[in-house]
Design a binder for this molecule. Structure first.
Ligand code: HEC
Ligand code: HEC
Length: 444
């Protein structure tokens, strides 16, 4: 029944191999995302354990009795990394309470082709603060409904987020400011992604769509602050970070208000005088030693292996996934290159299901916030490994960058722009075929 079977992008016979067992785990518990890679040496295991401790620890206001863990804020979103990356898994939009626990709001405005922060609130709304300092403000989400019809006449309901703001301490947002909800992504397998060779990502670019499949895809070249080098961004919803060190120090600064040697400035906008006047928790607040153990932890969390890959329906679902064009972006297999810190991560077969390229996903997912060279409609193909375990680990099934999708199927139904063709193919499948694709995705 299919119009075409794509042939580009995957060539090697290694494509059929499962993930290497030295770097992956098969667990179906709430700890499924939290295991170290099995090949980790004892000495690195000590660093991993230290990193895990730091990832879960709550930071406190300076000055405090535990000097190494003070310096939180003055404004922030959460007191620990694991507060958002719960169980190394993914965040979600607030439940009815409208308390943002594992999701943030990014802000920006585009002026004369330049991407600028909101003048009073910066690039991210910090909805919490230490005692005596005003927090920036609070956000609220309401949803409206949108109906999508399958070819077989059955229907699905999607929810469209609408944001509003209240209790803003420094007046309204700039009228030109746009906002983008972002849930915390999962944090496993990231060292393996770091080890993917740049040329393997460049090979899948097709900015001018020469092969006429309507999919262009381009790497997001970013300036890596720690190394001061231009490299491919691989982390974050718009691939804005190319190394975990850059990502972690950015998170410490923006999400928790912790300064580091990479981001030495306190996260206070000019107008926020009380914020700027606070005592700091040391210069920097998070030390290079602490960053090192956090980095090792983030690099060496194992990736979850597919469950029941021999199941007939899962095999059918996998073939359908490939044949309707999902794998043109969600590329399953890579052999990693050399990881600069960990030989355990080098030269391994991995299955992240992403091309790590930016794609225009159409108007529905365009929230107006551009970042770096990524346009507001462009998103990095989300890796799909572990997606079937989110329900077990995080007790929810909220997907896409802002968690608007309440199921994997709803996430698929939001695909437009470069992925419209694949979405249409999905809609044209029978209920039985669709359920096989979902069964396959849930096995990842
Ligand atoms: C307030 C919630 C919050 C806190 C606290 C937080 N993060 Fe995040 N994290 C996020 C969000 C949201 C993103 C995605 C950002 C984006 O791309 O827009 C993210 C992205 C990441 C990524 C990239 C993951 C990927 O798959 O691309 C890593 C790694 C990460 N955070 C590590 C950390 C570490 C380490 C800490 C503690 C120092 C931390 N985070 C604290 C919300 C949080
Ligand atoms: C043109 C590239 C492209 C194609 C083709 C494509 N996707 Fe995606 N996919 C993306 C991007 C980009 C995102 C992230 C969108 C966002 O978060 O706003 C995504 C997100 C997803 C998600 C949500 C993941 C998460 O962690 O939130 C699922 C599930 C998914 N895709 C499945 C599919 C399936 C199934 C198909 C085939 C019908 C498909 N995709 C085809 C690019 C693509």
């Amino acid at each position: 029944m299919f119009l075409f079977v794509f042939t580009k992008k995957i060539s090697s016979k290694e494509y059929l191999l499962p993930m290497d067992v030295e770097i992956s785990v098969k667990k179906e518990t709430r700890e499924a995302f939290s295991a170290p890679i099995p090949s980790l040496s004892l000495s690195k295991m000590r660093l991993f354990t230290g990193g895990r401790h730091l990832f879960r620890r709550s930071w406190t206001t300076a000055p405090s009795s535990v000097k190494s863990l003070d310096g939180l804020g003055p404004v922030f979103n959460r007191v620990s990394c694991s507060g958002c990356h719960v169980k190394d898994g993914r965040g979600r939009p607030p439940k009815n309470s409208n308390k943002f626990r594992s999701m943030v709001i990014k802000l920006s405005l585009t002026y004369n082709n330049e991407i600028l922060p909101d003048p009073n609130y910066g690039f991210q709304l910090n909805d919490k603060s230490i005692l005596g300092v005003p927090y920036e403000g609070k956000a609220k989400i309401n949803y409206s409904k949108k109906i999508v019809y399958f070819a077989d006449k059955s229907e699905a309901q999607l929810t469209v987020p609408h944001y509003s703001f209240h209790s803003l301490s420094f007046g309204p947002l700039d009228p030109k400011t746009k906002y983008s909800g972002r849930v915390a992504p999962t944090t496993f397998g990231l060292g393996l992604i770091e080890a993917i060779k740049q040329e393997d990502i460049f090979n899948n670019e097709d900015p001018l769509d020469k092969n006429k499949d309507n999919i262009s895809g381009r790497a997001h070249i970013i300036n890596d602050l720690p190394s001061q080098k231009k490299i491919i961004g691989k982390f974050g919803w718009k691939a804005t970070r190319g190394t975990l060190l850059h990502q972690i120090t950015g998170a410490a600064s923006q999400d928790m208000g912790l300064t580091s040697t990479i981001f030495p400035k306190q996260n206070c906008m000019n107008i926020q005088k009380v914020c700027s006047d606070q005592i700091n928790g040391g210069e920097p607040e998070i030390s290079d030693e602490q960053l090192h153990v956090l980095q090792v932890y983030m690099q060496t969390l194992a990736a979850p292996r597919q469950r029941n890959p021999q199941d007939r329906e899962i095999i059918d679902g996998n073939n359908l996934f490939t044949n309707i064009g999902c794998e043109n972006c969600h590329i399953s297999t890579y052999r990693t290159g050399k990881h600069k810190d960990h030989k355990e991560l080098s030269n391994r077969i991995i299955k992240p299901y992403s091309d790590f390229l930016l794609h225009d996903m159409g108007p529905g997912l365009d929230d107006g916030v551009a970042e770096g060279n990524a346009k507001s409609s462009e998103w990095k193909t989300s890796p799909l490994w572990g997606i079937g375990l989110v329900k077990t680990v995080n007790k929810h099934t909220r997907f896409l960058h802002d968690g608007r999708a309440r199921s994997i199927e709803e996430a698929i139904l939001w695909h437009e722009g470069e992925s419209l063709h694949a979405k249409k193919n999905y809609i044209n499948l029978s209920a039985e075929e669709r359920s096989k694709i979902l069964k396959f995705l849930n096995s990842l």
